[in-house]
Design a protein around this ligand. Structure first.
Ligand code: XBP
Ligand code: MG
Length: 247
């Protein structure tokens, strides 16, 4: 079960952040989220919730900020969807190889994301082909955002699988918490925004998916960030079999 933002795609710093800033500019607002501030704001999942929390920090009254966050988020979603359609959002290195390997091995693929379906589906289609994914659960479907487990739980329901059969791949502490609360084993593939987060509950932590020549990441040394190992089908299968024993 795969996360999108920060995991399958490199979408936050040069994608969503840029789209939020363009939406601010178009609305005539002086706000601008630099790379560092955006890293802090990522602790709040979901674009509309992130905007709302930011305006709350600025002291804006509730009704005003909720209306503004909703309006800006709609526009940001349009802008991001256009960026994705222009090919400006890329897969993380190694993801194409991993998905090919999983597909060739007959592994069922599904997505559980906090992002919005409006951009998630065309982006996944453009980069990987939508038909690869048996289920896609986005914020439009799940009642709550990660770290709430509802997106993972809904994905399990759609796949008709028990939690122990479907390991998650995430990039962040919020994603890890969501996966673990749903009872899944979880591999964390860190990125520049998440490297320093607490992943001690993860079953495996790796720094990138690894190139085709990298040695396979091993569960014997599950929190080894350096050098990055390659996530492969055997490791994921192993996690599916052993996940019952993790918290
Ligand atoms: C991703 C998110 C998303 C994106 C923006 O979390 O929190 O909000 O930052 O997408 P995760 P939207 O990777 O844990 O699913 O603006 O569409 O919400
Ligand atoms: Mg993520």
């Amino acid at each position: 079960m795969l996360d999108v933002d920060g995991t399958l795609v490199d979408s936050e710093r040069d994608g969503h952040r840029v789209a939020f800033n363009l939406a601010f500019e178009e609305a005539g607002l002086p706000d601008c989220w630099d790379v560092e501030l955006y890293g802090r704001l990522l602790a709040i999942t979901g674009g509309a919730r992130r905007l709302n929390a930011y305006f709350e920090e600025q002291g804006m009254a509730r009704t005003e900020r909720e209306e503004l966050a909703s309006r800006l988020h709609s526009r940001k979603t349009e802008i991001f969807t256009e960026m994705a359609a222009r090919g400006e959002i890329d897969a993380r290195p190694g993801v194409h190889d991993l998905l090919d390997e999983l597909e060739n091995a007959g592994v069922r693929l599904a997505v559980a994301t906090t992002g919005s379906l409006k951009w998630v589906e065309p982006l996944l289609d453009r980069l990987f082909g939508l038909e690869r994914f048996e289920a896609i659960v986005a914020s439009d479907d799940a009642p709550e955002r990660k770290p709430d487990p509802s997106a993972h739980q809904m994905t399990l329901e759609r796949l008709r699988l028990k939690p122990s059969a479907a390991p998650a791949v995430e990039d962040s502490a919020n994603g890890l918490r969501a996966a673990k609360s749903a009872g899944l084993a979880c591999v964390v593939v860190v990125n520049d925004y998440t490297r320093e987060q607490d992943f001690h509950h993860a079953d495996l932590v790796i720094d990138g998916f690894g190139g085709p020549d990298a040695p396979a990441a091993t569960l014997a040394d599950p929190h080894r960030l350096d050098p990055p190992g390659r996530l492969d089908v055997d490791t994921l299968r192993c996690l599916a079999q052993s996940s019952g024993s993790y918290g």
